[in-house]
Ligand binder design. Structure first.
Ligand code: NDP
Length: 456
């Protein structure tokens, strides 16, 4: 480490894996200027050619999938099988949005005395600020639609996890995306991130991270009336009715919250179980939790790795004091690494801190409920509204619940709800705007309306 660089650490070994140049305000300003200079020519690239470049970026990621996956695992400690799946999604995201440049269609609206036509236009320079939990995946959700729509970008990865973003910048250039269109800027959020948010030449900020920082960004962006999209925290409910396939619900529940060591904004970390099935469900959940394979992230069989940092482990541990009502506790490897065991708490009080706050670690709470109304009340009793699951064999109930729960992404009899082709985003303090699917393009375009007179 020197004054101009900082060390990036492997959370599974606590060893330094790379030394990375650290950017400050002058580098942030220079990156914005590069992106601003590249904007006019990038937005003028014919849609067919922009599509071709995005397809080439998808192919470049696809061709380097294993290298990127290994890099992501070394930097985050996530299991290699997860990193491989994530790199597949990154390539798929670029391939999907390669279809967008030629499909950014407008409307034709007949009006008195003529016709109005609308255009979907890019915004300009967009700042992308992303977290450490899914470093390249979340960056790709923003990069691909932003570039497809004709914007240029400055991407600020999390300080802890810049490696795959830096590699992506090289791959994008190899794919033929012109210099200046994609600018990756590792550096401290409170310095470089803040500078980007306040910069007058940045038209929009797309952010994923904590609700607290999201709130700060929204306030700071007000100074220049920037467009802002925010993907923030969650405390999602996994609602299990007595009529559900309890074995399937219990087998899925650990993966719904301990995936990525619980560092997932979609984690279904509140397991709500109908009281009449509560004991039976807990009995099924216990072996399922012990079945989660925690260990060396490089091992193909590993399902859960360490937390991202010692600080994150301390934060998680603070939710499980000595007197905590632990009902299930898994185990972790001995020795180096920021490990925390899969843990299930059964708080007696619905207002317990572990029930209300996003823990962002492998800690779930399990609570009984008494009726469908009670389940809805409990599920919605949160400042968040990002994801959630409903387990029942009653189709009408599943639909009633899905309509009643205030959340952006729900799944029925499953814990999966993130796909490249479908919208993703939060209700309430889980965020503003939608990523993925066709909806993401709204976040990176302005609608321009033009009236054409037929009268003279
Ligand atoms: P943050 O929200 O602090 O960080 C997310 C990104 O924002 C990082 O790139 C960070 O940079 C940057 N950032 C931080 N402060 C500012 C700022 N003032 N202006 C602009 N950008 C900024 O998340 P943390 O990584 O600190 O995690 C803290 C908690 O946030 C977690 O415990 C979890 O509860 C929640 N979280 C939620 C996520 C989600 O997907 N919903 C993702 C990550 C975290 P830098 O890395 O340099 O700090």
């Amino acid at each position: 480490m020197t004054a101009d660089t900082y060390d990036v650490v492997n959370p599974a070994t606590e060893l330094v894996v790379a030394s990375v140049p650290v950017a400050g305000p002058p580098e942030a300003d220079a990156a914005v200027e590069r992106a601003a200079a590249a904007y006019a020519s990038w937005r003028a690239v014919a849609p067919r050619d922009r599509a071709r470049l995005l397809r080439r970026a998808a192919d470049a990621v696809d061709g380097s999938r294993e290298e990127l996956a290994q890099l992501e695992t070394r930097n985050t400690g996530k299991p290699i099988r997860d990193s491989r799946a994530e790199m597949e999604m990154v390539a798929e995201t670029f391939a999907y949005y390669a279809g967008a440049p030629e499909r950014l269609l407008g409307d034709t609206i007949p009006v008195t005395g003529g016709v109005d036509v609308t255009f979907r236009e890019p915004l300009g320079v967009v700042a992308l600020i992303v977290p450490w939990n899914f470093p390249l995946t979340i960056a790709a959700w923003k990069l691909a639609p932003a570039l497809a729509a004709g914007n240029t970008v400055v991407l600020k990865p999390a300080e802890l996890t810049p490696l795959t973003a830096l590699r992506f910048q090289e791959l994008a250039q190899e794919a033929g995306i012109p210099p200046g269109v994609v600018n990756v800027l590792p550096g401290r959020g409170s310095v470089v991130g803040r500078r980007l948010v306040e910069h007058p030449k940045v038209a929009k900020v797309a952010f994923t991270g904590s609700t607290e920082v999201g709130r700060e960004i929204m306030a700071a962006a007000a100074g220049t009336i920037k467009r802002v999209t925010l993907e923030l925290g969650g405390k999602s409910a996994n609602v299990v009715f007595a009529d559900a396939d309890l074995a399937s619900a219990a087998a899925s529940a650990p993966y719904a919250v301990f995936g990525n060591a619980g560092q997932d904004c979609c984690a279904r970390s509140r397991i709500l179980v109908e009281r009449s099935a509560y004991d039976e469900f807990l009995a099924l959940l216990e072996p399922a939790v012990h079945g989660v394979r925690v260990g060396d992230p490089r091992d193909e069989a590993t399902e859960m790795g360490p937390l991202i940092s010692a600080g994150q482990r301390d934060t998680v541990a603070s939710y499980v004091p000595a007197a905590a009502p632990v009902v299930i506790r898994g185990s972790v490897p001995e020795g180096k690494g920021y490990w925390y065991p899969p843990t299930v708490l059964a708080p007696a009080d619905r207002s317990d801190r572990a029930v209300r706050e996003e823990i962002f670690g492998p800690v779930a709470v399990v609570l009984p409920f008494d009726s469908e109304d009670d389940a809805v009340r409990l599920a919605n009793d949160s400042i968040y509204g990002l994801s959630g699951s409903i387990w029942t064999r009653d189709g009408a109930r599943a639909l009633r619940m899905a309509r009643a729960i205030e959340s952006g992404n729900l799944s029925v009899n499953s814990h999966r709800s993130v796909r490249v082709v479908t919208p993703f985003g939060g209700f309430k303090q889980s965020g503003v705007g939608r990523e993925l699917g066709p909806h993401a393009l709204d976040a990176y375009t302005e609608v321009k309306n033009v009236f054409l007179s037929t009268e003279g």
